[in-house]
Ligand binder design. Structure first.
Ligand code: FAD
Length: 431
């Protein structure tokens, strides 16, 4: 008889809520990870860097488990198939997992919960990847906040040391199920190849002091790049927030809160994955020109900052936040291409891809999302470049042909595009 701790986006054995509770149950704990065939089949790139990152992280975890004479169980298939198999193999008393707020994950977990109920097996789930979830931060009337600033004020008010206490997992790791070391399956067995991209490290502490001052300048290496680690749980959010408070890095703290804000929004409004948060924006008559989209994707729009950003994304799996805002605004406003196209492209390329933040960021940029600002904010990509890349450092690096004046001509003229966007948006919103 065993308990199972099902790891998903919490790939660490320190400060992990579900693992802590599993280890304190009365049964030996098997760690399980499923390479979900439903998710893998949607990935177009055989060298998808996220798959490589998960694989590498699981290998490291498995090495650590040797110290406890244990090993992680890795499965490949749909969750239904895998659970049928696992429950056949082991006498499972209960399954432990951490909450996941994405629509796909919720449906997956609801289905499993129902099945386990019929089998009389416990399914215990916990908050782990955020400080506050679901309905923990609400307006006085119990309704969810839909604008960030008052949400963050309340978030800060409710925050105290209780929420930041790490789960002391280590002292219970002796309760892991004893089993022989087994190397984890190779990437090739999953149909993937190792990625050539470099993964950012976990040292964010030294970045916090100058963050507020430098974070908006894409040529500076001034943000922490821990998005990937928060996405897959290789850094605990409690640790990140604790460090932000220790260093009084309030701006950075607010970015961590934006992440939770968007997860809370996605949990309350799962339809925003496909629909505009403000429904009127789904009446916009997008042009959706495929050739323009192609030029945007490959970084050949003739706007230096936009092209630099898209090339950074294509080559590294990362794009600086300021430039994410500019490229997203350019696609939706200057080119009048549906935000969903851009969201899907970022989803394919970003190492730190997070559905809640990506959908949130895209809807924010297009104006359809959680923002008090009206639609007529249209970033001028040239002004943005002058302001945030004053010495052209970032642009020269990613668009070197600019120095020889060989950069392509702009595919659309700014003043014209701005007027057109305002007209089309206005028409949709007045209907
Ligand atoms: P830092 O600036 O060091 O911030 C630390 C962490 O805080 C980030 O890693 C992230 O987890 C969180 N964070 C920071 N800014 C935001 C924000 N505006 N919204 C939500 N969380 C934030 N962020 C993602 O994590 N995944 C995405 O898929 C994503 N897509 C985006 C799409 C668009 C169009 C825009 C405008 C923004 C998007 N962001 C996304 C938010 C932000 O750009 C990235 O989190 C940030 O650039 C990551 O770099 P960093 O890790 O160095 O962050």
């Amino acid at each position: 008889e065993i308990s199972i701790c099902w790891l998903r986006r919490d790939l660490r054995i320190d400060d992990n809520a579900a693992l802590y509770h599993a280890l304190k149950s009365n049964y030996p704990v098997l760690l399980l990870f499923i390479f979900d065939a439903n998710i893998l089949k949607k990935l177009n790139d055989r060298q998808d860097a996220r798959v490589s990152f998960i694989h590498q992280t699981l290998e490291e975890l498995n090495e650590k488990l040797k110290d406890y004479n244990s090993a992680i169980e890795i499965k490949h298939g749909t969750p239904e198939e895998v659970w049928a198999d696992v429950l056949n193999t082991y006498q499972v008393k209960a399954i432990y997992a951490n909450h996941d707020y994405e629509p796909y994950a919720r449906e997956r977990d609801d289905n499993l919960a129902e099945y386990l109920r019929s089998e009389n097996i416990g399914f215990k789930t916990f908050k782990d990847q955020v400080i506050f979830e679901k309905n923990e931060i609400t307006k006085a009337d119990g309704k969810p906040y839909t604008v960030f600033t008052p949400y963050f004020r309340q978030w800060q008010q409710q925050l105290n040391s209780f929420y930041l206490k790490p789960y002391p997992v280590k002292k219970y790791l002796g309760n892991l199920l004893k089993r022989q070391y087994l190397p984890i399956p190779r990437l090739a067995a999953l149909g993937f190849e190792p990625s050539v991209l470099k993964f950012p490290g976990k040292n964010f502490i030294g970045k916090l002091a100058a963050y507020e001052q430098k974070r908006d300048f894409p040529a500076e290496d001034a943000t922490t790049r821990i998005g990937l680690h928060l996405r897959f749980g290789t850094i605990s959010i409690r640790r990140a927030v604790t460090e932000a408070l220790n260093q009084k890095a309030e701006k950075w703290l607010s970015e961590l809160a934006w992440r939770e804000f968007y997860m809370m929004i996605l949990w309350h409004f799962p339809n925003i994955v496909h629909q505009s948060f403000k429904p009127a924006y789904d009446k916009i008559r997008w042009i959706n020109n495929e050739s323009d989209f192609e030029k945007w994707c490959s970084g050949n729009t003739g706007y230096a900052l936009v092209d630099a950003g898209m090339r950074q994304l294509n080559q590294t799996g990362y794009m600086h936040n300021r430039v994410r805002m500019v490229t997203a605004s350019f696609l939706t406003k200057h080119l009048l291409i549906d935000w969903r196209w851009g969201e899907a492209y970022f989803a394919e390329k970003l190492l730190d891809y997070e559905q809640a933040s990506n959908v949130g960021g895209w809807q924010w940029a297009c104006g359809s999302g959680n923002d008090a600002a009206p639609y007529f904010r249209v970033f001028n990509p040239e002004l943005q470049a002058t302001k945030f890349d004053p010495e052209n450092k970032y642009i020269n690096y990613w668009v070197p042909e600019i120095k020889q004046q060989k950069h392509v001509q702009p595919i659309v003229e700014h003043a014209f595009a701005r007027e057109r966007a305002l007209r089309v948006f206005k028409e949709a919103l007045q209907e």
